[in-house]
Design a protein around this ligand. Sequence first.
Ligand code: 13P
Length: 287
Amino acid sequence: MLVSAKEMLNKAKAGKYAVGQFNINNLEWTKAILQTAQECNSPVILGVSEGAGKYMCGYTTIVGMVNGMINELGITVPVALHLDHGSYEGAKKCIEAGFSSVMFDGSHYPIEENIAKTKELVAICDELGLSLEAEVGSIGGEEDGVVGAGECADPEECKMVADLGITMLAAGIGNIHGKYPANWAGLSFETLAAIQELTGTMPLVLHGGTGIPADMIKKAISLGVSKINVNTECQLAFQEATRAYIEAGKDKEGKGFDPRKLLAPGVEAIKATVKEKMELFGSVGKA
Ligand code: 13P
């Protein structure tokens, strides 16, 4: 059964570790992440961007697939199905479809509008027992064609949004989606510490988990980050493994062209990436 992310994240915040949000793109991706979470006895959040939602035939298809897998694979660790960077309308659609968690990303609106829309969604999510993530300050890089400049969040604005009754707060602290450029300035721990100081027990979310050095991840967790999003790193691992399989000519051997065989190395690469992240985030054994 899908659960809200509230309990797993409050536990993570208190226990000073982070739960990974791994974005899904298809059946293989989803199965690989669920199996790894079960093997690691770790709670997990499956992230779905609006673009991936369209690709996978809509939110109701995804809810059906994930619920079916939890059942068929005998998954007993807590699993939240979460809309990633949702619009206001997208969040409502996911709630209707049966997601257990949504993110409303109102960071591109003036703060008053972000607050007003977040507040409406707090009321809906509260009534249904769903978790809600809000965002203040933009995350740099590109996601689904939307390019953010990556401005650091204002801690006072973070406090205003946290006080609305959301479950977790994503705050821009110099993090970027996708690959980090060679001249990346790193995370602003000063901003993170100021946000943590004002928001207290609120679980903080770090987007752009791909390629952040392990020491920065650990420091961010020590400063109150309890959810870390990873997408690009699984995509890169999948791509590399698939390329190696084809370049080695394995798709020409026997039934190597069978999609189940062709995709298997990529699936194994996703599993290894997810396991490595769960170990780094400290969520192994915390289910
Ligand atoms: P990456 O693609 O950089 O791992 O970021 C994922 C993310 O933050 C999704 O919201």
